[in-house]
Design a protein around this ligand. Structure first.
Ligand SMILES: [Zn+2]
Length: 241
């Protein structure tokens, strides 16, 4: 009996909404092998995931982390025996300041195990890289400082998993963001993303959602440059500088 409700998105691509922060975990699989993308917020959640992939008759080949925010990362603690891929800057950021996120969470009453150590992804991705799951190619595209210091986008056939570069049903989170970098990343995605977009939070969507984000971010850049009105949908006071 599955604890999570998995929704098929495309052939060999399924997603589930996790209770913590309503984050979308994604599993891509083929021929008895699987990759887990963003394994959730706690070691327990990671373990659930691992068990459910195994119960589906699949072997976990590795984990991919879209960016260094706790809700996407801390479940990686349950996958220390397989390679885990992330943008180079994400790995640096977790090593440098991951414990700050642990402290923040505990202050907010979130329960993490005693002695919890921030899991650090093991394989830095500094340039576009292709890995395999079963007979399928999975393309990893490190887009750089956008929503976070190191966002990584994953493409498999017609599906693009974009982390928090796109959020559906909630405004974009700008606390660690680079506005120009995020705008450039969205422009790049408009050229490179498949027709199906899986956001970090919210419903599976398409290029209409991507275009809505692009319009918002271009409007924010224009406002910043003094050539446009205050943009709708973005709280620029969140920006780090
Ligand atoms: Zn995030």
């Amino acid at each position: 009996m599955s604890e999570l409700r998995w929704t098929p998105v495309a052939d060999g691509v399924r997603t589930a909404v996790l209770p913590e922060a309503s984050m979308n975990v994604v599993v891509v699989s083929d021929n008895g092998e699987a990759l887990v993308i963003d394994p959730g917020a706690t070691p327990d959640r990671g373990r659930t995931m691992r068990a459910e992939v195994r119960a589906a008759g699949e072997v976990v080949l590795g984990v991919i982390i879209t960016h260094p925010h706790w809700d996407h990362v801390f479940g990686l603690a349950a996958f220390r025996n397989v390679p885990s891929y992330a943008h180079t800057a994400t790995i640096d950021e977790l090593a440098r300041a991951g414990t700050r996120q642990v402290d923040d969470l505990r202050e907010r009453g979130f329960v993490l195990p005693e002695g919890f150590a921030v899991p650090i992804p093991t394989v830095p991705v500094a340039a576009p890289t292709t890995i395999r799951v079963g007979r399928r190619e999975v393309r990893l595209d490190p887009v750089g400082h956008a929503h976070s210091v190191g966002d990584l986008v994953i493409h498999i056939d017609g599906v693009s998993i974009v982390g928090d570069l796109v959020e559906v049903g909630a405004p974009p989170q700008l606390r660690d963001a680079d506005l120009a970098g995020w705008t450039a990343a969205l422009d790049h995605l408009a050229e490179t993303a498949g027709p199906v977009i899986i956001p970090g939070h919210g419903a599976v969507s398409d290029h209409a959602e991507l275009d809505r984000h692009r319009a918002m971010f271009h409007a924010a850049l224009a406002y910043r440059a003094g050539t446009g009105p205050i943009p709708d949908g973005l709280d620029l006071s969140q920006l780090p500088h």
